[in-house]
Write a protein that binds this ligand. Structure first.
Ligand SMILES: NC(=O)C1=CN([C@@H]2O[C@H](COP(=O)(O)OP(=O)(O)OC[C@H]3O[C@@H](n4cnc5c(N)ncnc54)[C@H](O)[C@@H]3O)[C@@H](O)[C@H]2O)C=CC1
Ligand SMILES: CC(=O)C(=O)O
Ligand SMILES: [Mg+2]
Length: 372
């Protein structure tokens, strides 16, 4: 199979879909790997590293898209990339379709087959291609939130750990999954007073067993959430209903109940965000103010630490990428129901129910699409 990897073009996105190690493995499996020049530069991988791995470097994204049977990326295809997708071509990347009707309609119109990293599952009930980036974004969240809290950035001017005689920042994390747990660990490590909210009692039991002495946890209801948010210096949004648009848990009216200059870090922004006032921002201009509350809503946070993120993502995607290339997507998905759960679009049809529900589009069962 011809596997193509273009340079990412989303603003300030420095990750790349394939590492030289992944390229090497694919070449060893008998595949041809085509990389756009400088695609890996932002993650510290030079063209020469890919050439040494057996890949071919081409000058433009157009050449990658025109040549490859499978496109491997990091971020959802941007409008100009969507125009280059064609019928029968396989796209393997993050998509986040539920909050993005334009992208969804373009992918359906292209006739391509699109497998979304964020909805591939595993036997433990996890999301193995989302979790490495959730680990990164979770660990980054208190770091960017602490910066947002600084007075010069519009924040309350509260130090995470406080100092002797002055108490620490109060941090509330909504959603205690991968992002939430990593965020809470780092915020607690910085000395903050941290509480995690979740709706899953099993998850709360796990958090209590493992991190009981490090941070607190509480069952998430509308009442418990606003009560904690009122007291918070920083609120981190980390909920997920897989594939679906994020539930809005704090309304615009409720911002007035928060402390002036408090910071919101809405990591769930890539699924639309869990605060009514959240809108996606970029690393170039990451924060904005609504009613005195500072919002940080970067949808590709891991791009800020591209080297760590590219390697972590590549470790997770490689076995799936090799299965898709070795067997073709239909056989690979028939052999692995967890990979089939990644199928979002095939030949003009939507194949993921939560996306169909969010966007009001009819859905064809992935198990039917894979046999069509
Ligand atoms: N902005 C960025 O750069 C990145 C964003 N993300 C996003 O972060 C979000 C969280 O991802 P993960 O932690 O991997 O998901 P996860 O599935 O591990 O955790 C989500 C948690 O939210 C909980 N939850 C659901 N509804 C809730 C509610 N109403 N109240 C409280 N808890 C609730 C679930 O029980 C679960 O424990 C996703 O939207 C993901 O796409 C992930 C990586 C990077
Ligand atoms: C998960 C995701 O969308 C990201 O890492 O950018
Ligand atoms: Mg994202």
């Amino acid at each position: 199979m011809k596997i193509g990897c273009p340079k990412e073009i989303k603003p300030q996105e420095f990750r790349v879909g394939m590492t030289p190690n992944a390229a090497h493995e694919a070449v060893q499996h008998g595949h041809e790997v085509i990389i756009e020049t400088n695609a890996g530069a932002g993650s510290g991988f030079e063209d020469a590293d890919y050439v040494a791995a057996g890949a071919r470097i081409v000058d433009t994204a157009e050449e990658v898209f025109a040549t490859a049977d499978m496109i491997v990326k990091v971020k959802e295809p941007q409008a100009v990339e969507r125009k280059m997708l064609r019928e029968g071509q396989l796209l393997f990347t993050y998509l986040h379709l539920a909050p993005d009707p334009d992208q969804t309609h373009d992918l359906l119109a292209s006739g391509c087959t699109a497998i979304a990293y964020e909805t591939v599952t595993d036997t433990a009930g996890g999301l193995p291609l989302l979790s490495p980036m959730s680990e990164v974004a979770g660990r980054l969240a208190p770091q960017v939130g602490a910066w947002t809290l600084q007075k010069a950035n519009g924040g309350r001017g509260v130090l995470m750990g406080g100092v002797p005689g002055v108490g620490p920042a109060r941090v509330v994390v909504i959603g205690g999954g991968v992002v939430g747990t990593h965020a809470a660990r780092i915020a607690a490590g910085m000395g903050a007073d941290v509480t995690v909210l979740d709706r899953s009692l099993n998850r709360l039991k796990y958090l209590d067993d493992v991190f009981g002495g490090t941070f607190k946890n509480q069952y998430s209801t509308a009442g418990s959430t606003i009560e904690l948010v009122r007291q918070a210096d920083m609120v981190i949004g980390a909920v997920l209903i897989p594939g679906a648009a994020a539930p809005k848990l704090i309304t615009k009216a409720q911002l007035s109940e928060m402390k002036p200059g408090a910071a919101i870090v809405d990591v769930a922004i890539d699924q639309g965000g869990c605060f009514e006032t959240s809108k996606a921002t970029t690393h170039a201009d990451p924060i904005y103010n609504v009613d005195g509350i500072m919002h940080y809503c970067v949808a590709n946070m891991p791009g800020a630490v591209a080297r760590t993120s590219t390697i972590a993502l590549g470790n997770a995607t490689m076995p799936f990428l090799l299965a898709l290339a070795d067997k073709g997507w239909k056989q690979a998905c028939q052999d692995d129901p967890h990979l089939l759960n990644g199928l979002n679009v095939h030949a003009g049809q939507l194949t993921y129910y939560a996306v169909g529900k969010a966007l009001g589009i009819d859905v064809v069962s992935p198990s039917v699409a894979v046999k069509s």
